[in-house]
Design a protein. Structure first.
Length: 478
């Protein structure tokens, strides 16, 4: 392993580049990482000074005395050669004894220094659980965990709200959240009644729900006789990853502003589907969520970001879904309600990290969620980030100059092994991520596909209107 300088980025680069690691950990771009690097610079400079001084002292102790010159040498008076041999033997034993003691002393000092160094190392992150508002994350965890272990009824609506309310420090009111959901559901049911939708037809229920979120619909209020208008949800192109404001990922933000993205829109669809009795599933692709439901023996993919149906071939054609991901069902599989709750647990971990920073609560959420949804690419990446950042945190506290030096510490080696195991698991699962620029282009391709689909639909309608209804009609027109 090559030596690294005080720049930890180069250290990790040399350590993992040969093993084909990827950029999904997103570690060195974080503010947290830069703070650790600065701290490492100070530590290394101080420790280097101490090491140089200590080494100089130790080397001075081990310098053998110089031989006397001939002019000053005073021979020892002996009466026999035998006595002279005894003297030389005694002198050699004394020198060997002194050297052995010095080596043992040096070894003891080094061990004491290493022990003192290790005793000051923290092998876990400082806890953030005592910070203001963190207690609401603990309550949200208990609620979601209760659903996963079957102590509480599975309820996606309550799970979504609990996650968002924890980030908002308990400032959201569930009654308001539920009221907005009820208003949308009531409009949908009125439209279903107006169009005489068969409530036993799952395809019909999903189709009207899809229209509700992707088109402008009208209905007459049976009480006031006034026209009620419902507008489609709009895509938030300004901050679709929640990098500027994590709450932009929330369903509560979507139903209050009518703007969302591929995270909040499918969750809203899932919530509304439960309210009207429709059966559907959340599905995933790299950096993306969408809806799937069964139509006969085939699956329909609902793409809410641009309001149209899409095919599996189109999703695979994005170029970012590997064959391993399809085989392992990492992407494009249907999530059960319990899987969806586990996904919300990962959202809880992510929101906690964004708000407070990395600590063991994040790992706790990841481990719980992955137990019930082991193929969750989102959770695997968060857990990978945890161990990568923890290993860097440990390294920042040591005097190590090489990876081998760090791995001499058992606790550091354990974290390193966990980190590498996560990298292997991610590669095996075929996890990938779409760059932000590529994702924007993909959204544009969805828009183009939607326009083509609308054109074909309008063309069909136009032809149907001009086409003769019967042979008699055709004969009369002639």
């Amino acid at each position: 392993m090559k030596h690294y300088s005080v720049d930890l980025t180069l250290f990790f680069h040399s350590a993992f580049k040969s093993e084909n690691q990827h950029a999904y950990v997103g570690l060195f771009k974080s503010k947290y990482a830069s703070q650790l690097i600065k701290r490492k610079v100070k530590n290394v400079i101080c420790n280097t000074i101490i090491l140089v001084i200590t080494t100089t002292i130790l080397q001075a102790q081990t310098i053998r005395p110089s031989m006397q010159q001939t002019s000053t040498f005073k021979p020892v008076n002996t009466t026999s050669n035998n006595q002279h041999q005894k003297f030389n033997s005694s002198k050699s034993q004394t020198n060997n004894y002194n050297q052995s003691n010095q080596i043992e002393e040096i070894s003891t000092i080094k061990k004491e220094m290493e022990s003192a160094s290790k005793s000051n190392i923290h092998f876990s992150f400082p806890s953030n659980t005592k910070k203001k508002g963190a207690e609401f994350y603990a309550k949200a965890y208990d609620l979601l965990n209760g659903m996963l272990v079957n102590e509480n009824t599975l309820n996606v609506k309550k799970a979504v709200f609990a996650v968002e309310n924890a980030y908002s420090e308990n400032t959201l009111a569930y009654s308001n959240f539920e009221k907005r959901i009820l208003n949308i559901t009531s409009f949908c049911k009125l439209k279903m009644k107006e169009e005489k939708t068969n409530r036993a037809d799952n395809q019909a229920l999903n189709e009207i729900l899809f229209r509700l979120l992707s088109d402008t619909l009208y209905v007459i209020d049976p009480t006031s006789k006034k026209k009620i208008i419902h507008y489609p949800v709009q895509y938030n192109f300004n901050d679709f990853y929640g990098q500027q404001d994590w709450s932009n990922m929330f369903v509560s933000k979507l139903i209050s502003t009518n703007y969302g993205q591929c995270h909040s829109m499918p969750l809203l669809y899932k919530i509304l589907a439960h309210e009207i009795g429709a059966k559907c599933y959340i599905s995933t692709s790299p950096n993306h969520l969408y809806i799937k439901y069964k139509q006969g023996n085939q699956w329909k993919n609902v793409e809410l970001t641009n309001g149209h149906y899409t095919s599996d071939a189109f999703i695979i054609g994005s170029g970012y879904i590997k064959s391993e991901a399809i085989k392992s069902k990492t992407y494009m599989d249907t999530l059960s309600d319990k899987n969806t709750i586990a996904l919300m647990m990962q959202d809880l971990a992510k929101g906690y990290y964004v708000k407070y920073g990395m600590d063991d609560f994040v790992l706790k959420c990841c481990n719980t969620a992955l137990k019930y949804y082991p193929n969750d690419s989102y959770g695997m990446c968060i857990k990978s980030d945890y161990f990568t950042m923890l290993f860097q945190y440990i390294v920042s506290q040591t005097n190590a100059r090489t990876l081998e030096d760090v791995l001499k510490i058992p606790q550091a080696k354990e974290v390193y092994t966990n980190m590498k195991n996560m990298y292997v698991a991610i590669d095996k699962a075929g996890v990938s991520q779409i760059p932000e620029e590529a994702y924007e282009q993909w959204l544009g391709s969805l828009d183009e596909a939607k326009r083509k689909q609308q054109y074909e639909m309008y063309q069909k309608i136009y032809k149907d209107k001009l086409a003769p209804k019967s042979l008699n009609d055709a004969h009369e027109k002639k």
